[in-house]
Design a protein around this ligand. Structure first.
Ligand code: NAP
Length: 293
């Protein structure tokens, strides 16, 4: 049995979670739309993640929509003590599977209630406001109005903690003037390092950083250097990509997504993988393009 505690823990919204968590987005159908290809396997992945010690699951009601949260509820409710479910609001899905900004007061309130209902909860542990000024990368724009609505829902007791997703340092500073921000979730992995400076600032502030697409997302990471390092360590490239994130900064929380029990086991086993400083030096060069990508 894999001991994922070896990857350590970090504070997330007043609780302490293991740094190896699970992202549930891949459980919905193709394009994160509709039902899963294999419902039985989706339920099995969620149960195995928690049975293996995962106590941080990332989700949203706009995955499916509703599908991922309903699977989490079916697989895990009543939830074990200590499980932190982080969800996000700020978008809705079109009938054609498109991602549409949903930042109005009515849409944000409805999104919190949709998450509560579909997860079977009275209060959401952590809600990330997902900025939609850019789709896969942050873009400037004020988040004051939607974050003020979310902070109101927090005061009403529907939300314990608030985080931000797909945001710039300016938006994080703006957010901190409105409410406490316990985590940030942006695109980051060993090939996409736009948040290097931001991660340093969040480490100093003690704020959790949960990179999305830790394995490259819809186009999983592919790199000759990554494969070479993995071969030398007797590990898989995905395990090395996760181990690199774990060693990158202590406040990084991993939420790799998979619909496969085999991939889940492989990803959780990264908790036990230590990278030598030579390996880290090589991997660090992938993003700068000074070694073969
Ligand atoms: N805030 C945001 O805007 C945002 C955006 C995207 C995602 N997220 C969150 O971040 C989480 C992680 O992102 P993600 O799931 O999109 O991307 P990811 O974790 O970078 O990669 C997932 C992809 O890698 C594959 N994979 C996973 N483990 C593997 C392994 N061991 N070997 C080979 N392939 C493997 C998966 O396919 P299989 O299913 O076949 O394993 C899937 O295609 C999501 O689940 C979601 O909760 C947030």
């Amino acid at each position: 049995m894999i001991d994922i505690s070896k990857a350590g823990t970090f504070a997330l919204g007043g609780r302490v979670v293991k740094r190896l968590g699970y992202g549930a987005m891949q459980l919905a159908g193709p394009g994160v739309f509709g039902p899963p290809k294999d419902r039985h396997s989706a339920i099995a992945v969620l149960r195995e993640a928690v049975a293996s010690g995962v106590n941080h699951i990332d989700t949203s009601d706009f995955y499916g929509p509703h599908v991922t949260n309903q699977l989490i509820r079916e697989a895990l409710h009543p939830y074990p003590t200590g499980l932190v479910i982080v969800t996000k609001i700020g978008a809705r899905r079109g009938d054609d599977a498109s991602w549409i900004p949903a930042f109005s007061r009515e849409e944000l309130i409805a999104a919190v209630h949709d998450n509560l209902r579909n997860l079977g909860l009275d209060v959401l542990d952590v809600v990330n406001l997902r900025s939609m000024f850019g789709i896969h990368g942050p873009a400037e724009g004020s988040i004051e109005a939607p974050l003020t609505v979310l902070a109101e829902l927090q005061r009403q007791g529907l939300v314990r903690h608030i985080g931000l997703s797909n945001v710039t340092p300016t938006q994080i500073a703006e957010g901190r003037r409105i409410c406490e921000i316990v985590c940030v979730q942006n695109l980051y992995n060993l090939a996409h390092r736009g948040d290097d400076a931001l991660i340093g600032q969040l480490t100093e502030a003690g704020t959790a950083y949960a990179p999305f697409f830790p394995l490259g997302g819809f186009t999983p990471l592919q790199s000759t250097t990554l494969s070479d390092v993995a071969r030398r360590l007797g590990a898989t490239p995905m395990q090395v990509a996760l181990a690199w994130l774990l060693q990158r900064a202590p406040n990084i929380l991993l939420i790799p997504g998979t619909s496969s029990p085999q991939h889940l086991r492989e990803n959780l086993a990264a908790a036990d993988l230590k990278l030598t400083s030579d390996a880290v030096t090589l991997l660090d060069r992938i993003a700068s393009g000074t070694v073969a990508a």
